[in-house]
Design a protein around this ligand. Sequence first.
Ligand code: PXL
Length: 287
Amino acid sequence: MAPMTDSSTASSPAAQSAAQPPVALTIAGSEATGGAGAQADLKTFQELGVFGSLALTCIVSFDPAAEWGHRLFPVPQDVLREQLEAITAAHALDAVKIGMLGSPETIATTAEVLAGLQPRHLVLDPVLICKGQEPGAALDTDEALKARILPLATFVTPNHFESLSLSGMDEISTVEHLEEAARRIHETSGAVVLAKGGVRLSGPEAVDVYYDGTTLEVLAEPKVGEVPVAGAGCTLAAAVAAELAKGAEPLEAARAAKAFVSAGIRQRLSSRAPFDSLWQGGAAAER
Ligand code: PXL
């Protein structure tokens, strides 16, 4: 390769603006259609003014010929380790978000690296199963996530199914149940909890419960339809991570993330797939 001769390259101090963006890392899987996973995380970071980096854990390609079920290709452990090595050598991370890890091996590798890194903000979207996966198909992965990653999290964003699993409750069908789940998950994990009711609780509003051990707040926005939108969970956790990276307090981060997701759902993208995808440009479009 020819040597660079231009002295005004981006790496020269003169070319840098004074204010550097915060830097966040997502450890997540690729969802090829772009609705969920790492794609949703990086788009969210960018929209919210945060520089995003990515350690890819697996590649999910939905199968249009088999009811859009998951085809999952795991990234080899040494490749995951090398990505994390490069990222942590390059950046001081302001926040880390964890999405789909997908296997007990990936969970073990991620837990080892995070234990050494001890990030100030570690936002866990506890992806136990994703849409189209059979409950129970990944029990060992679920157990490993609870045992190895949950104790490291500073902020956790379980959906309805994950709240049942993490709280041990048999039923979450009211806001009071969701509040109880948030309290229980906080007690066992020590993390700030944003438990998502989404469209799973009946009523005209999509309700999430925030609990940090002191403050309990019910966050509600009008529902947009009754069908979940792909990428909403990934985007919510990524937005929380972005806001924390920028210095927000956890409750502020939760409120801002909920508003960002609600706009993205209102402005969602429809496609030839049987689900709509959240549009991370929605909040900017509504401004
Ligand atoms: O929405 C959960 C999720 C997270 N990450 C990846 C996914 C999905 C759901 O499809 O594919 C990579």
